[in-house]
Design a protein around this ligand. Structure first.
Ligand code: SAH
Length: 357
C-alpha cells in the first residue's frame, strides 16, 4: 500500500478527522486499485475498525426488530420501489394492533428496540403515531423505539419524542446538493433534509443519517462529502448499504452498488466515530450471501432483522429481491445468534443505546 495512503489512514485513526480532499483521496485510492489491492486495503482498515468497535462495545452485537409499518409514500424518490409513481405496488398499512402484536413476538424473541419504518404516509398523523408509541412504551418499559418515517416538522418530531420515541433514522442520502437533486424530485431539497436532521438532534433523539453506496451519479467527491458530513454531524447511528435497482423506477437500468466499497466505507465510518451504531444492512445481505457477516467484520455492530407481519414483508420492496427470509427474518434469531457466535460475537438482549465515550 502506498505510503501517503497509510499516513492518511493513520491520521484518520488518531484525529478522527480528515479534510474533504483527504477523504476523497482515500476513496479514490481504493476505487482505482485492482481487486487484489482492494482486498488488502479492506483487510487493513477493517482490522482497525474492528479493534475500534471492540474497545467500545466488546463483542456485543445489538439487534433491532424492524417493522415496515406502511408502504404508502407521498414522495417520489427516483431510486425507491415504493415511490408514489409505482402503480404496481400492493399497498398496505399496519394498524396499531398489528404493530403491538409484532412487538409481542419481537419482545419474546429478545428484541429490546423496535424500529417503525415506512414511506411518508400522511395516514399516520402525529396523534396516531403518539398513541402507538405510548402503547408500546407502556407495555414494554425496557425497550427503545426508533422511528424512520421521513421528514417532518420540528413540532411533529417533538410530539413523537415526548410520546417516547428515542431514536430517529433519516438517511441524508447524499451531502452534495446537485447529487441530491439527481436522486429526488424537484420538490425535495437537501436543505430540508438537513433541517430535519438538525431538529432531531436538538430534540434529544439519537439521530441517524446515512446513504446508499453506488447510487446513480455518486462519485468519490460526493462520498467524501458524505464522510465529512458524518464527521461533523456526529450521528448516533449511520445506515449505509449498496444501491440496488428496482425494476419499476427510473433507475431500473442503473448498476448496483459495490459490496466491497460498502464494507470499506463501513470501516472508515467506524474509524471516524468509534462509538457509532452501525448496522450491517439488509441491502448488503441481499447482494452478498455473506453480507451481514462481512459487514460485522468491517466494523458494523447492529443488525435489524425483519419483524413485520409475514404477509406484508414481500410488499415493502424498496429494491428488487429484497431479502426478508432466513437470517433476515426476526424469527430466525437462533440462526443469527449462531452466525454471530461463529465469528466471535454475541447477540445481546439490550436496548443497545449509543455509548458515551
Ligand atoms: N421513508 C423513510 C424510509 C425509507 S426506506 C425515509 O425517508 O427515511 C430506508 C432507506 O432505504 C432509504 O433512506 C434509502 O437510502 C434506502 N433505499 C431506498 N431505495 C433503495 C434502493 N433502490 N437500493 C438501496 N437502498 C434503497
Amino acid at each position: 500500500m502506498d505510503k501517503n495512503y497509510l499516513e492518511l489512514i493513520k491520521k484518520l485513526e488518531t484525529k478522527k478527522s480528515l479534510s474533504t480532499t483527504e477523504y476523497e483521496a482515500i476513496i479514490s485510492y481504493y476505487q482505482n486499485a485492482n481487486a487484489k489491492l482492494q482486498k488488502e486495503i479492506r483487510d487493513y482498515v477493517s482490522k482497525k475498525a474492528v479493534d475500534a468497535v471492540k474497545k467500545v462495545y466488546g463483542n456485543a452485537i445489538f439487534i433491532r426488530g424492524l417493522m415496515e409499518i406502511s408502504n404508502y409514500c407521498k414522495n417520489d424518490c427516483l431510486y425507491c420501489g415504493i415511490r408514489r409513481s409505482n402503480k404496481e405496488v400492493e399497498r398496505y398499512r399496519l394498524k396499531k394492533d398489528d404493530i403491538l402484536s409484532a412487538c409481542e413476538v419481537g419482545y419474546d424473541l429478545g428484541f429490546r428496540t423496535f424500529v417503525l419504518q415506512g414511506g411518508e404516509d400522511p395516514y399516520y398523523t402525529d396523534d396516531i403515531l403518539c398513541d402507538i408509541i405510548k402503547s408500546i412504551k407502556e407495555k414494554y418499559k425496557d425497550v427503545a423505539i426508533t422511528l424512520s418515517l421521513g421528514e417532518k416538522s420540528k413540532e411533529s418530531f417533538k410530539k413523537l419524542r415526548d410520546a417516547g420515541a428515542d431514536r430517529y433514522l433519516l438517511r441524508h442520502e447524499t451531502a452534495d446538493d446537485n447529487h441530491y437533486s439527481l436522486l429526488h424530485p424537484e420538490s425535495m431539497l437537501l436543505s430540508s433534509r438537513m433541517e430535519s436532521l438538525n431538529a432531531l438532534k436538538e430534540l434529544g433523539y439519537q439521530a441517524g443519517c446515512g446513504f446508499m453506496v453506488g447510487s446513480p451519479y455518486q462519485t468519490a467527491t460526493t462520498i467524501a462529502k458524505d464522510l465529512k458530513f458524518i464527521e461533523e454531524f456526529k450521528p448516533a447511528m449511520c445506515g449505509i448499504g449498496p444501491f440496488i435497482p428496482h425494476h419499476n423506477t427510473p433507475f431500473k437500468n442503473m448498476p448496483k452498488g459495490d459490496t466491497g466499497l460498502t464494507c470499506y466505507l463501513l470501516s472508515l465510518i467506524r474509524l471516524i466515530i468509534p462509538n457509532i451504531l452501525l448496522p450491517a444492512t439488509t441491502a448488503l445481505a441481499t447482494l452478498s450471501g455473506n453480507g451481514r457477516i462481512e459487514g460485522i467484520l468491517s466494523g458494523a455492530n447492529v443488525i435489524m432483522p425483519n419483524l413485520s407481519p409475514l404477509s406484508n414483508r414481500k410488499n415493502y420492496e424498496i429494491y428488487d429481491n429484497k431479502a426478508y427470509q432466513n437470517d433476515e427474518a426476526a424469527e430466525s434469531i437462533e440462526l443469527i445468534k449462531e452466525q454471530m457466535k461463529n465469528i466471535g460475537y454475541e447477540i445481546v438482549i439490550d436496548r443497545g443505546d449509543v455509548k458515551k465515550i
